[in-house]
Structure formats: C-alpha cells, structure tokens
Ligand binder design. Structure first.
Ligand SMILES: [Zn+2]
Length: 80
C-alpha cells in the first residue's frame, strides 16, 4: 500500500512571464485556469507586458481617428 502522492501528479503550467514550469498549488484550486504565472511578481510583469502590447496596438488604431475635440471653455462666466 504505497501512497502515490508525488509532485508529478499535480498539473503543471509554464509561467507566461518567466517561462518556468510551476505546479498546481492549493491556493489556486479555484482559479487554476486563470493562473498564468508562477508568482505575483511574474503576474505584474506579465500585466506590464500586455499593457505595452495593447498600447502599441491601439496607437496603430488611433492614427486615423483622432477627431475628438475637447470642449474649450473660455472661463469668463462669473454667474452665481
Ligand atoms: Zn514566473
């Protein structure tokens, strides 16, 4: 009767930020599907990277459509 409780039975993923494989942890039991990084550090790193990509992509889109005029108010109204 030997217990088969090895690490290799746990699901593994590759960290999306640093690329290292990491194993399932109990704290991720609920949202293992959403876990993409091995640590909080990598999580923020990944977020930063994604933001950069998104900004780069949205810059391409905004080149053509920059027709939003902000209301310029001449502040000369002294009504109370
Ligand atoms: Zn990582």
């Amino acid at each position: 009767m030997e217990k088969r409780y090895t690490k290799s039975t746990l699901p593994e993923k590759d960290c999306a930020a640093c690329g290292w494989p990491f194993a399932w942890r109990k704290k991720w039991a609920r949202d293992w599907d959403d876990v993409k990084t091995c640590s909080e550090r990598c999580k923020s790193e990944l977020r930063r990277r994604e933001r950069k990509i998104r900004i780069a992509a949205s810059k391409d889109c905004n080149v053509a459509g920059n027709a939003s005029q902000s209301q310029s108010s001449a502040g000369a109204g002294a009504a109370k």
